[in-house]
Design a protein around this ligand. Structure first.
Ligand code: SF4
Length: 720
């Protein structure tokens, strides 16, 4: 049995444990992919605390993507209209170093920019932060978490004093009431949702409410589905708060002793009468009262959210408005309770811990905070003042900087922005202007490799050992079970090698990723995400939840290991006064509401089988067969108006672009709203890019773009 390797599913933030076995099966024919490569066997790891042996179709088929379309060696081309040629690692890295030095001279540190991904392991993230923010003196490291989780990050920080979901998956099985808003967890976080669904089914007294403009698979499982009008989440949340106040269903001692800014909030919500809210949200009045009643009468309430809240031009305000309800009712820091963001990427959490956004430093530190900068400078052995106090470019600012010539070197790692960024034509035009772009990925081609001057082959899942942290703060060691394909290298090794060639050798010399991790965990000591004391060796015995180190010393006067499962169990928060903060917000509504020219609201989302831009899942036959083409969901009333029926084609036009989809007529979507999945880029279909339509208006606090809603018009494609 010792040929079993324990690892983690590299798709979503649920973070399911996997066991991998060699391809050959005793007494059975070896399974092979369509290229004839033997396929490793993958099954759920029953000992993993988060997933308990369960996996969804993505995790179950992951091994089939290991050998397809791999980038095997570095490639270089002089300009985007020339073909790539094979290069040695030495040639590629020397070229990168020369360009880095030239850009530093011409544009200064601001001219260098890296755009990474929640697919990276924490060790990769950490070395990238050290190189960029510490030694190259630029905070221009952002990642696709900007498109995914940044509103949750800022919402948590502003309300609770620090990032980090306070709950754990066990809470899904201990709650009285689950309130899901802006999340299709049944498709996007299926295994975490399975835990809730099973518990809900077994316990009829437990209530589940889903708030979503679509009747998703998640909504189907709920006791009540509130199909609110897109963009009215804050109205709904404030309306619930109004009723709780009216009914006196608030936890006054908790509010008094553990929170601040309640009076401003109470003042603001006094305007949110039920009639007004029901009308704005376009929901029945009694449904609003029913959901408020669940909040009022449940001792233990957990709320779950993901992109429907985060991907909004008022994402932070939405997140904080939801947290307000937990603060009003004192449902936080206790079993079965709390605001729980479901992270998108497998290691979005590890990225946040290690500083993987342009405003962060490792250990949940901020580049704006002089004490934090000084701590990190001292740790990395840098002169005082070396780390810039200026936050780096967010994903949106990166596009703007490319447009104005502010970036001389762009390094894209393990992500595919040419499908995932909003307002795609603009993003593509900006990328085409980049004087020098490195794309470091496991796969070739992707839509983004088309914009590269240098391609660097990265080792991927199963080919490198490192850690990832899932939505419930569980850190899992992802162990390698085979060597990297071709000449691929782990991402952290590539960053470290560039650092050594730049002359920072002694600070970037590590024998292996365990040594990187050993250094990294020290920098988290005393922080909310305290990992100090953790090691690859310890994690090889099984996953461990953070905070692991000395958190209790900082926030909990009574040492107690239980807080590892939940944060804030002593109702003290890492704010200057130890209190959580209410945030009072009116909704500004959608950044681009429908109008007579563009009368429909387009919302975008994910499907059960696909992952993001299909870089992996597009290469797995079973998943391709599940979704042969991109589609658009249209309500029968809108279909009638347009004169379209199932499987007709429509052109979808926004102010920025046009895409074409096959029609799916369904009452799952409300009249006036249409839905398209975001997975299709130009590699997988012609003109089916959801993000050709979306706009880049972003949340002013989190800079997360409003990928969830834009105004469109539809026209039937006439058959020729
Ligand atoms: Fe992987 Fe997420 Fe599916 Fe679990 S739920 S197997 S982590 S894709």
């Amino acid at each position: 049995m010792n040929d079993i390797t324990k690892t983690l599913c590299p798709y979503c933030g649920v973070g399911c444990g996997l066991e991998v076995l060699p391809p050959a099966q005793r007494g059975k024919a070896t399974k092979r992919d369509d290229l004839g490569n033997p396929i490793w066997q993958v099954r759920g790891d029953r000992s993993h605390p988060s997933s308990q042996g369960m996996v969804c179709v993505k995790g179950a088929t992951i091994a089939e993507s290991l050998d397809k379309d791999r980038l095997l060696y570095p490639m270089i081309r002089e300009s985007l209209d020339r073909p790539f040629r094979r290069a040695s690692w030495d040639e590629a890295l020397d070229l990168i170093v020369t360009r880095l030095q030239a850009v530093q001279q011409q544009l200064g540190p601001q001219g260098i920019c890296m755009y990474g991904s929640g697919q990276l392991q924490t060790e990769d993230y950490y070395i990238a932060q050290k190189l960029l923010k510490g030694f190259l003196k630029t905070n221009n490291f952002d990642s696709n978490s900007r498109l995914c989780m940044s509103s949750a990050v800022v919402g948590y920080q502003q309300s609770l004093g620090s990032d980090g979901p306070p709950c754990c998956y066990e809470d899904l099985e201990q709650t009285d009431f689950a309130f899901l808003i802006g999340t299709n967890a049944a498709e996007c976080h299926p295994i975490a949702f399975n835990r809730l669904r099973k518990y809900h089914k077994r316990n009829p007294r437990v209530k589940m409410v889903v708030v979503d403009p679509r009747r998703t698979a998640t909504a189907e499982a709920a006791d009540l589905h509130l199909a609110i009008k897109p963009g009215t989440d804050i109205d709904l949340l404030n309306g619930i708060a109004y009723l709780l106040m009216q009914w006196g269903a608030i936890h006054a001692p908790f509010i008094d002793e553990c929170t601040s800014h309640f009076p401003e909030f109470a003042q603001l919500i006094s305007e949110y009468t039920p009639e007004r809210v029901a009308q704005r949200c376009d929901i029945p009045l009694d449904s609003l009262e029913e959901v408020a009643r669940y909040w009022a009468e449940s001792e233990k309430t957990i709320s779950l959210w993901s992109m429907g809240m985060n991907q909004s031009s008022e994402g932070t305000a939405k997140v904080r408005s939801l947290i307000n309800l937990h603060l009003m009712t004192g449902t936080i820091g206790k079993p079965g309770c709390g605001p729980f963001s479901l992270t998108g990427q497998p290691n979005a959490m590890g990225g946040r811990e290690s500083g993987g956004l342009s405003s962060l430093l490792p250990g949940y530190r901020s580049v704006k905070n002089p004490v934090h900068r000084a701590e990190v400078e001292a740790f990395w052995g840098l002169p005082p003042g070396q780390i810039s106090p200026q936050p780096g470019y967010t994903a949106g600012e990166m596009v703007q900087a490319l447009e104005t010539g502010g970036i001389g070197l762009l390094w894209v790692v393990a992500t595919n922005p040419v499908v995932s960024l909003p307002d795609l034509e603009r993003a593509k035009a900006a990328l085409a202007r980049s004087p020098f772009t490195i794309v470091q990925d496991a796969y070739y081609p992707t839509e983004t490799t088309e914009f590269a001057h240098v391609l660097l082959p990265a080792a991927q899942w199963g080919e490198k050992t490192g850690t990832m942290t899932n939505s419930e703060r569980v850190v899992t060691l992802c162990q390698a079970f085979r060597p990297p394909k071709g000449e691929a290298k782990p991402d952290w090794e590539i960053f470290a090698e560039v650092a050594r060639r730049l002359g920072f050798g002694d600070r970037f010399t590590y024998p292996n990723s365990a040594a990187v991790y050993a250094e990294y965990v020290q920098i988290t000591q005393g922080r909310v995400c305290d990992l100090s004391g953790l090691s690859h060796e310890l994690l090889a015995d099984g996953p461990i939840q953070w905070p692991y180190g000395s958190l209790e010393k900082h926030f909990d006067p009574q040492p107690n290991r239980e807080p590892n499962k939940r944060l804030y169990t002593h109702f003290r928060f890492p704010t200057p006064d130890g209190r959580a903060r209410f945030g009072a917000y009116h909704s500004r509504g959608l950044a681009e509401p429908p109008d007579p020219d563009y009368p429909l609201v387009l919302t975008t989302g994910r499907l059960y089988g696909h992952w993001h831009t299909q870089t992996r899942t597009g290469r797995i036959e079973k998943i391709q067969q599940m979704y042969p083409q991109a589609f658009i969901e249209i309500h029968p009333r809108d279909a009638l108006k347009l004169g379209v029926v199932e499987n007709d084609w429509v052109d979808v036009q926004s102010r920025r672009g046009k895409s074409r989809f096959a029609v799916k007529v369904t009452k799952a979507i409300a009249p006036g709203t249409v839905f398209v999945p975001m997975h299709w880029g130009s590699l997988w279909a012609e003109n089916a890019e959801a993000n050709a339509l979306t706009h880049s208006e972003s949340c002013p606090d989190s800079s997360q773009p409003e990928l969830k809603a834009c105004a469109v018009q539809l026209s039937k494609v006439k058959s020729e």
